[in-house]
Ligand binder design. Structure first.
Ligand code: DX5
Ligand code: ZN
Length: 217
């Protein structure tokens, strides 16, 4: 059995009980805490901003994995750092100067990731894959939790794992959207090594056990 990293998404947490939910994650086998930031421009929804991430960071004992679904990410990288981000992932589709953005994230001492929407081919990363720490494949259209997993993601993971094996064998391959125990093992088998799960964790009767189950798919 292959182990993978698990990054539960706070988007599915109970925002009236953020401290309680972060403490549950602290006590679980989660490797990271996934933080979804949406601006209502790049995606058709608004989630939360730095006042909330700062509150999460005050209680979190796991590293924070920021997923920026926003235009103009460059403007907010320092605030991500100040809010405790260990990883910052930006969208390929939202960055005009991706190499500059990636360099800025790394200069701030964080891991740099690039996210791809379901319609974006992994080949667009061929010239930058050696410079990044992580690729996040969206397995739903970004903007909302609780959506159905898009099965074509399996083929994309395989392609990405092949591309990475030549240039960047330590690449983190993170899958985000509709991840459950139904698709997790096939994702890991095809090359994913980091799974985001929002609804599947937080809507389950025992979130900590669900996290353990995902870690050991
Ligand atoms: C969606 C976000 C995801 C979301 C996943 O735009 O990027 O991280 O929280 O939620 P589930 O696991 O419920 O699909
Ligand atoms: Zn996300």
């Amino acid at each position: 059995m292959k182990k993978c990293l698990v990054s539960p998404s706070m988007l599915a947490a109970d925002f009236a009980n953020v401290q309680r939910d972060v403490e549950m994650l602290n006590a679980s086998e989660a490797d990271y805490i996934h933080i979804d930031i949406m601006d209502g421009v790049f995606v058709p929804n608004i989630s939360f901003g730095f006042p909330v991430t700062n509150a999460i960071a005050r209680h979190a004992k796991k590293p924070l994995d920021f997923h920026l679904m926003i235009q103009d990410a460059d403007q907010y990288l320092q605030q991500c750092k100040d809010s405790g981000a260990a990883i910052v992932t930006v969208h390929y589709e939202a960055c005009n100067h991706l190499h500059r953005t990636i360099s800025a994230i790394k200069e701030l001492g964080m891991k740099a990731g690039v996210a791809l929407n379901p319609h974006t081919s992994v080949e667009v990363l061929s010239e930058i894959i050696g410079d990044i720490d992580l690729v996040l494949l969206m397995s739903v259209n970004p903007g909302f939790g609780g959506q159905q997993f898009i099965p074509h993601t399996f083929a994309k993971v395989e392609k990405l794992a092949e591309l990475a094996s030549e240039v960047n064998p330590n690449l983190l391959i993170e899958i985000d959207g509709g991840v459950t125990s139904e698709n997790a093992s096939e994702l890991v088998q095809k090359g994913a090594n980091m799974l985001v799960a929002g609804s599947f964790v937080f809507k389950s009767p025992n979130p900590a056990e669900t996290i353990s189950a995902l870690k050991n798919v």
